[in-house]
Design a protein around this ligand. Structure first.
Ligand code: SAM
Length: 210
């Protein structure tokens, strides 16, 4: 992972992809956090990392799992351009950037119900996040959400789980190298999603399914 850390630090310093504090924590916190679930994915799976920001967890996972195909999604073109440049520098052939809002992309035929797995770290609270994710997943596909204190959010997401056909499977608990407790929540797409969802730009956040 040494190259990845160097490339992320260099690009992030140029473009401010991570705060100065987070840049110093890439090796000890953010990369280990990104790699906490290396065993989850089926070989050959098509994975979307939504709200990838500066490229985590997607870029770290793509380095570690060259057998999987990663689409890194964010509404900010500057970030996705930077990710494509970093992927080229790292000679990663399994990384594709996608610019756009989840609420729009998840209605496009090219992306709707196309992914075996979706993951998201530090993007939104669960009731909102589940609406962002549901349209991208194939039936039977898995969603992994990186969370810290997850129980109140999980409880608040019960209605969203039901409406969006995303059933909670389990919490995979782990600790960061400094001892901080974290969990990756696993959800499974149980049935096809109504065309109503996701709702229009900004609505999932403004009026979460509570
Ligand atoms: N996954 C990153 C990490 O772990 O470092 C977090 C990046 S940042 C906190 C969240 C990202 O989600 C931002 O880059 C933002 O542009 C993107 N985002 C938030 N809402 C979005 C939406 N509705 N559509 C597309 N991108 C969105």
């Amino acid at each position: 992972m040494k190259n990845l850390i160097q490339v992320l630090q260099k690009k992030s310093t140029e473009l401010n992809l991570f705060s100065a504090g987070d840049r110093l924590k890439l090796a000890d916190k953010h990369i280990p956090d990104a790699l906490a679930v290396l065993d989850f994915w089926e070989p050959g799976a098509r994975v979307a990392d939504i709200g990838t920001g500066g490229g985590l967890p997607g870029l770290a996972l793509a380095c570690a799992r060259p057998d999987l195909d990663f689409t890194l999604v964010d509404s900010t073109a500057k970030k996705i351009n930077a990710i494509e440049e970093m992927a080229a520098e790292l000679e990663l052939k399994n990384v594709h950037g996608l610019v756009g809002r989840f609420e729009e992309l998840a209605h496009e035929k090219k992306w709707r119900e196309q992914f075996d797995t979706v993951n998201a770290r530090a993007v939104a609270e669960l009731p909102v996040l589940l609406e962002y994710v549901a349209g991208f997943l194939k039936i039977g596909g898995k969603f992994y959400a990186w969370k810290a204190d997850y129980e109140p959010e999980l409880k608040a997401s019960e209605k969203a789980q039901e409406v969006l056909k995303l059933g909670f499977v389990r919490a995979h608990k782990y600790s960061l190298p400094g001892g901080e407790a974290r969990a990756i929540l696993e959800f499974k797409k149980m049935a096809t999603l109504s065309r109503e969802y996701p709702r229009g730009n900004g609505t999932p956040k403004a009026k979460p399914l509570l």
